[in-house]
Design a binder for this molecule. Structure first.
Ligand SMILES: Nc1ncnc2c1ncn2[C@@H]1O[C@H](COP(=O)(O)OP(=O)(O)OP(=O)(O)O)[C@@H](O)[C@H]1O
Ligand SMILES: N[C@@H](CCO)C(=O)O
Length: 270
C-alpha cells in the first residue's frame, strides 16, 4: 500500500488555527508486510526510525504496527511552516484507517498535535476549514496561486506558539474575523480581489516577525497580490496571479531563499 500526504500552509492570513491549504509537495509512505522503518529525503538521519516516529505513532493510534514495514520518502522540509508534522500524522492515520470518517482521523490526530488546521488540509486537500473537531474542504482551488519563499532557517511550531499572547483585543479579533469571513467567501467565489483583501491578520502574524513578509507587503512583486506567513513560519507565501513574474522577482530579491511555486492540490491523503 502506498499513501501520500501533501504539504500544507496553515492560517492563510486571518484563519488562525482553522484554515489551511494543501500544496503540491508530497511525502510518501510505502507500507508492506515485514518489519523495519526506513526514511529517505527530508529528515533522513534526523527523524526517529523507530516506534517514536510521529507517523508510526499516528498509525499505532488506529492499527497495530507489528509485522509492518514502513518506508518513508519525505519531500516536505521540516519546521519551515509547510506542515511537515501534519503530513507525517496524515500518512500514519490514512495508512491505518483509509476508510475512516475524517472527523475520527482528526480526533486521533489531535492527540499528537494541538491544532487540526494543517491535518485537515493534509487529509482532505484544497482549502479546508477546521472547527470544533470537524473539518470541511470548502474549495478545491484558489483565485491566486501560492509561491513559497522558504528560508534555510527553521522555526519550531511549539516555540512559535509560545510567543503568542494569551488574549487579544476586541478590535483585533473583530478585524480578523472580518478578513476570515472574506477569505472563505473569496475562496468559494474565486474572486481574486476579495481574496487579496482577505490576506491580513492581527491574531498571530504581528507576534511572529518576518522581514521577508514585511518586505513583500511593502513592495509587491509583479504578478503578486498579497502575502501570508505560512503556518508558524518562517516560510512566506506570496499569492500570485502571475506566478512566473512573481517567482522571478522573488528569486532576485531573496537569493538565499528557495523560491518555489507550489500549486494548490484538490485532494489530500484520503
Ligand atoms: N516526515 C516526518 N516524519 C516524522 N516526523 C516528522 C516528519 N516531519 C516532521 N516531523 C516531526 O515534526 C516536527 C516539526 O513539526 P513543526 O510543527 O514544528 O513544523 P512543521 O509541521 O514543519 O511546521 P508548521 O506546523 O508551522 O507548518 C519535526 O521536528 C519532527 O519531530
Ligand atoms: N495554526 C498553527 C499552524 C502551525 O503550522 C499556528 O499558526 O501555530
Amino acid at each position: 500500500m502506498i499513501v501520500r500526504a501533501p504539504a500544507t500552509s496553515a492560517n492563510v492570513g486571518p484563519g488562525f488555527d482553522c484554515v489551511a491549504v494543501a500544496l503540491d509537495l508530497w511525502n510518501e509512505l510505502e507500507l508492506s508486510d515485514g518489519d523495519g522503518i526506513t526514511i529517505e529525503g527530508e529528515g533522513a538521519g534526523e527523524l526517529a526510525a523507530d516506534a517514536s516516529n510521529l507517523a508510526v505513532r499516528a498509525y499505532a493510534l488506529l492499527a497495530d504496527p507489528a509485522g509492518k514495514r514502513f518506508r518513508f520518502t519525505n519531500r516536505i522540509p521540516l519546521e519551515r511552516g509547510l506542515g511537515s508534522s501534519a503530513a507525517a500524522i496524515a500518512l500514519g492515520l490514512a495508512a491505518a484507517a483509509p476508510r475512516a470518517p475524517v472527523d475520527d482521523l482528526l480526533a486521533a490526530g489531535l492527540t499528537l498535535e494541538s491544532h487540526s488546521d494543517n491535518l485537515a488540509a493534509a487529509l482532505l486537500g484544497g482549502l479546508t476549514v477546521a472547527w470544533d473537531g470537524r473539518a470541511a474542504r470548502i474549495a478545491e482551488t484558489l483565485p491566486l496561486a501560492p509561491v513559497a519563499v522558504v528560508p534555510q532557517t527553521r522555526t519550531s511550531t511549539a516555540a512559535s506558539r509560545g510567543t503568542l499572547p494569551a488574549a487579544v483585543s476586541h478590535a483585533d479579533a473583530a478585524s480578523t474575523a472580518g478578513r476570515a469571513a472574506l477569505l472563505g467567501a473569496a475562496a468559494v467565489s474565486g474572486d481574486r480581489m476579495l481574496f487579496a483583501e482577505a490576506l491580513w491578520d492581527r491574531l498571530h502574524e504581528p507576534y511572529r516577525p518576518s522581514a521577508v513578509l514585511d518586505a513583500i507587503r511593502a513592495e509587491l512583486p509583479p504578478g503578486c497580490a498579497g502575502a501570508t506567513l505560512s503556518g508558524s513560519g518562517p516560510t512566506v507565501i506570496a499569492w500570485a496571479a502571475g506566478v512566473d513574474a512573481c517567482a522571478a522577482a522573488l528569486r532576485g530579491r531573496f537569493p538565499d531563499h528557495e523560491v518555489r511555486p507550489l500549486a494548490v492540490v484538490p485532494r489530500g491523503a484520503l
